[in-house]
Each structure stands twice: as C-alpha cells, then as structure tokens.
Design a binder for this molecule. Structure first.
Ligand code: HPA
Ligand code: ZN
Length: 333
C-alpha cells in the first residue's frame, strides 16, 4: 500500500451509515430510516449545497464526547488500511455547538481518540470555520476554542463557498496566526479562482483545499507553480458534488502537467464512495498514472503536511521503498 498523508479529511464526513444508526439509537435521535441501503441511497448530490444539507442533518447524531471519540477511532482504523501515515483532520465545531453540543465534548472526544490511537498514524486536528455563518461567528468560535489550544494545530474554512469570499475572514485568520496556528482554507472548489488569490494574500493560507478551479486562470496557475502552493485535491468528492461531470473530465492530469503541487485526499469519504486509497485507485485507473506519478503525489502529501521534518523524511523513504518494491510488478496489483 502506498504510504500517504491525508491533508483534506472532514471527520464528520467519515460518519458511515453503520455508525450513524448506532449513534442515533444511543442518543435517541430519530432517523428517516435505519436501513443501511436506503441511507446510502440518499448519498446522491446535485451540488455542494445539497451534500451539505444531508451532511449537517446526519451529524445531529453526534452528541457526546464518546460519540466524537468513536467517530475518530473508526476513521483512524480505516485510514491505517488506506496507507495513511499522517492525518491532518478537519472538524466543524460550529455545526455541533449550533445544535447544543458543548465545544468541550468535541475537542476532548476527538483529541482523546487521537491520543489513544494504536494504529501508529501521526494525527492532528485542524478546526474549520463555517464560512456561511460569517466572520463574527468564526471569531467567537476561535475564542471559544482557545482554552483547548494545545488540542489543535491549525484553522481552515469550509462549507458553502460562493458568496463568502476568504477576505471576510481576515481578522480571524490574523488572530489564529498570532496564536501560532497553521492556516489553510477551502477555495475554488465551487467558487472562482480569485478566492484562491484572496486566501493566499489576505488570509495567509499555507495550503489551498481543493483549488481545482484555479485551472481557469493561467496567471494563477503560474503563481501556484512558482510558489509551490500545495493543493489538496479530492477527486471522488469533485465527481460526487458535480464540480466535474465525470472523473474523465477531472483536471488532475492538467494540474500535474502544469507542475502544480497536488495532493490526493478523500474530503468526506463516507459520502463520496471512497477513502484516500480509493481516490488514488480512481485516478490511477482513469488516467493510467504510472507508479512514479503516484509516488510523487504521496511525496507531495508529506512535504505539504505540518508534521516534523524528521517524520517527513522517514515517510518519504517509505514511498521510495514502495516504488522500489513495485519494480517489475503489475501496475494494477
Ligand atoms: N467543501 C466545503 N465544505 C465542506 C466540504 C467541502 O468539500 N466537505 C465538508 N464540508
Ligand atoms: Zn473539504
């Protein structure tokens, strides 16, 4: 299995129907159905908004510290099987506090699961602001999170993109930077390429989540290449949310040809038919990517991670060993 870092993964997006049903029963939260097939059949989306509606509804079953612990533990177990060595895990406290869950339950449950983990995965938390709730709510969330400062390493920006440009969040990112937090932001998933420029120049984002619509602006592409800005691309998510009509139409090959620092990630794997290994398999099969290219994507993921340099070197050596071990093997095995 190719060793990778997963840099774009929403923990709430790992809520599989089985755990959804278990948690609904545990917490007495009504579900429209408890039939796993019927629940999965609802995972068809016309857009980011239609996905987010189901996503926020489903996460109502997360109520207690134990629920967040169980969610993160289940992800780490699955991620281990996907070859993940390093995970920088997004979570959305506002979608829980808005439903009456104390922020403390979110932080303590998730961080305890990471601390107790025995998969060997190096993992940290990145707190995301819901952009459609606006900058004041984001600042309030950052303030509420600071008592748990040692439990997260960075901040991000997610949810509905269009109409909520990154520049709105300048002050809260400035505050986060002053606290020593790492900075990332979703941009140009459904929004225009200008949002990437704003995320870099106004927010100081160190990585761009998605960023696929950057390809519409050649001058931005040149900048991203020259500055080696990491882009956390999520191919199965882009197909599921109709950012692209089909995998064949995905811009990943063009991004690689343009020399961009691309990584491959899963976003919300329970909803988009695949974990990070499935995303690698999908692009390998669709585009016939050679092992050298897959190894390059994996190396990018470690280079773009916020892990210590020594760990990065160790994981990159594992990628080299994977590539050497693949010599002479059937590419599809
Ligand atoms: N985009 C925006 N917000 C999100 C996403 C996404 O792909 N996944 C979970 N929240
Ligand atoms: Zn995302």
């Amino acid at each position: 299995m190719l060793p990778v870092a997963e840099l774009h993964l929403h923990i709430e997006g790992t809520l599989e129907p089985e755990l959804l049903v278990t948690l609904a029963a545990r917490n007495g939260v009504p579900l429209p159905t408890t039939d796993l097939g019927e629940l999965r059949a609802r995972y068809r989306f016309a857009s980011l908004r239609s996905f987010l509606d189901l996503y926020y509804e489903s996460m109502r079953v997360l109520r207690t510290e134990q629920d967040f612990y169980d969610l993160a533990s289940a992800y780490l177990t699955r991620a281990k099987a996907a070859g993940v060595r390093r995970a920088e895990i997004f979570f959305d406290p506002q979608s829980h506090t808005g439903a009456g869950v104390p922020i403390e339950a979110v932080f303590t449950g998730l961080s305890a699961a990471l601390a107790d983990d025995d998969t060997g995965i190096s993992a940290d938390l990145v707190m995301c602001f819901l952009r459609d709730l606006g900058p004041d709510a984001a600042m309030d969330t950052l303030e509420a999170a600071l008592p748990f400062r040692e439990k997260f390493i960075g901040v991000g920006l997610d949810s509905t993109e269009i109409g909520y440009p990154p520049a709105l969040f300048r002050d809260v990112y400035r505050r986060a930077a002053a606290e020593g937090l790492r900075l990332v932001a979703h941009a140009a998933e459904e929004g225009p390429p200008d949002y990437v420029t704003e995320a870099l120049d106004v927010l100081g984002a160190e990585r761009i989540d998605h960023g696929v619509r950057s390809m519409e602006d050649p001058s931005l592409v040149a900048r991203l290449r020259d500055e080696r800005v990491p882009l956390t691309v999520c191919p199965l998510s882009n197909v599921a949310l109709r950012v692209v009509p089909t995998m064949r139409a995905h811009m990943l090959p063009a991004m690689l040809d343009a020399g961009l620092m691309v990584t491959v990630n899963s976003d919300d794997p329970a909803y988009f038919c695949g974990y990070v290994d499935d995303n690698f398999a999908a692009v390998r099969e669709e585009f016939g990517l050679p092992d050298e290219t897959l190894a390059g994507l994996a190396r990018n993921s470690f280079a773009a991670s916020f892990a210590p340099d020594l760990d990065k070197q160790k994981w990159k050596a594992e990628v080299d060993a994977w590539l050497t071990g693949r010599d002479g093997h059937d590419r599809m095995s």
